[in-house]
Write a new protein. Structure first.
Length: 359
């Protein structure tokens, strides 16, 4: 019988999880949210039943695995509770609010001998997979630099709500978008150990929330009398063991013209260079072939990059639970990214480069 799932947190992303699970033959059995109506709505669309409490969900023997898709400050306590109840866990990003919390979750997963996958879903994006394939085949040679950027035109999530309240989210654009592209960059480069970071954070929207113009709002609508005490942009240079450098830029509200965001990932190696947009349908690579530098557009079937990225995550999570293969993004990846995030904030506060604490 295929894996059966419980969903904890039935907001914007919990609902996307339920849809992706269903497409991969994973049955949603129960869902729980502190807002009962959200769990009910998710189950009406994707199957399963809304639970009366988290304990009810975790005590069900029929549930093999749990998705934790709640605000960031609840990642550690709820993931640990699920692991202690013997469930495999797919934990949304960021892994937790601190390295200490990340390590505690990882150690619970090891103790419980359960799969712990971190929701770095961008690893499954078709363009990222195509470029990773070339890198793993040695076509890029030694990778010296990766430039990664994630810009939203006007996309502060849930302005005034938990995403922009530091005590609940742990931070702003860096925690929300930056963790995805930092993880993806490190993953593409073969997971080198980050050693130093120099970063800066930008905050402006918190002081002008009432006249913030937006077109759509993730986890919205805005709470105009709410809190916004996190950064809305961050920039950093991260140095890694072996010489790789990663330049990262993230902005929730880049205010760039439509279609001109120029974000994505650029990978520079000593044999090839390439770039792609995370949600793009193509990638471009220039590489050595028969003594010449040639431009390639790797062919890969791709209809809906966003959907296919989610499907890849569920395919891998299901294989990890059912066949014991490694999860796509494991606890070490979550801790590594957290170590860089903490170093970027520390550097921004200190005004100079800092060492990244070993993961
Ligand atoms: N993988 C991605 O691309 C991606 C995208 C967006 C968000 N996320 C992550 O997913 C998580 C959820 O984000 P979201 O956008 O769905 O936010 P959201 O606000 O839309 O949903 C969060 C849900 O959690 C519920 N909740 C709060 N406390 C709870 C508790 N104690 N028990 C059960 N439910 C509780 C809320 O009622 C809400 O329905 C965050 O960690 C966020 O960083 C990941």
């Amino acid at each position: 019988m295929s894996m059966r799932l419980g969903i904890v947190g039935c907001g914007a992303i919990g609902t996307i999880h339920a849809a992706a699970a269903g497409r991969q033959g994973v049955k949603v059995v129960r869902a729980w949210d502190i807002h009962a109506s959200r769990a009910k709505a998710l189950c009406e669309s994707h199957g399963g039943k809304a639970c009366a409490s988290l304990d009810d969900l975790l005590s069900m023997k029929e549930i093999d695995a749990v998705v934790v898709a709640v605000p960031n400050n609840l990642h550690a306590p709820l993931a640990i509770q699920a692991l202690r109840a013997g469930k495999h866990v797919l934990l949304e990003k960021p892994m937790a609010m601190s390295m200490a919390e990340c390590r505690e979750i990882a150690s619970e997963a090891a103790k419980a001998k359960r799969v712990l996958e971190i929701g770095f879903v961008c690893r499954g994006a078709p363009a990222a997979r195509a470029v990773k394939h070339f890198i793993d085949a040695g076509r890029f040679g030694t990778i010296s630099h990766i430039k990664c950027a994630s810009y939203r035109r006007r996309g502060v999530p849930g302005l005034g709500g938990w995403f922009t309240t530091k005590a609940v989210s742990g931070g702003g654009a860096l925690i929300d978008l930056g963790v995805h592209i930092l993880d993806l960059s490190l993953y593409l480069a073969g997971s080198p150990r980050p050693t130093h970071a120099s970063g800066h954070v930008f905050s402006g929207i918190g002081s002008r929330m009432r006249d913030y113009v937006y077109t759509s709002m993730w986890a919205g609508p805005p709470t105009l009398d709410g809190v916004c005490d996190v950064e809305d942009g961050a920039t950093a240079l991260v140095r890694c063991e072996g010489g790789l450098t990663i330049e990262m830029n993230v902005f929730w509200a880049a205010n760039l013209p439509e279609g001109q965001l120029n974000d994505g990932i650029t990978v520079l190696g000593d044999r090839a260079g390439g770039s792609f947009q995370v949600f793009g349908k193509s990638a471009k690579i220039a590489t050595e072939e028969e003594g010449r530098l040639v431009d390639l557009t790797p062919h890969f079937a791709c209809e809906d990059p966003d959907r296919e990225m989610w499907d890849a995550q569920y395919k891998q999570f299901r294989a990890a639970v059912e066949q014991g293969v490694p999860p796509h993004a494991d606890a070490a990846a979550g801790i590594r990214v957290q170590s860089v995030v903490e170093a970027i904030y520390a550097s921004a506060a200190a005004g100079h480069e800092v060492a990244v604490r070993p993961a």
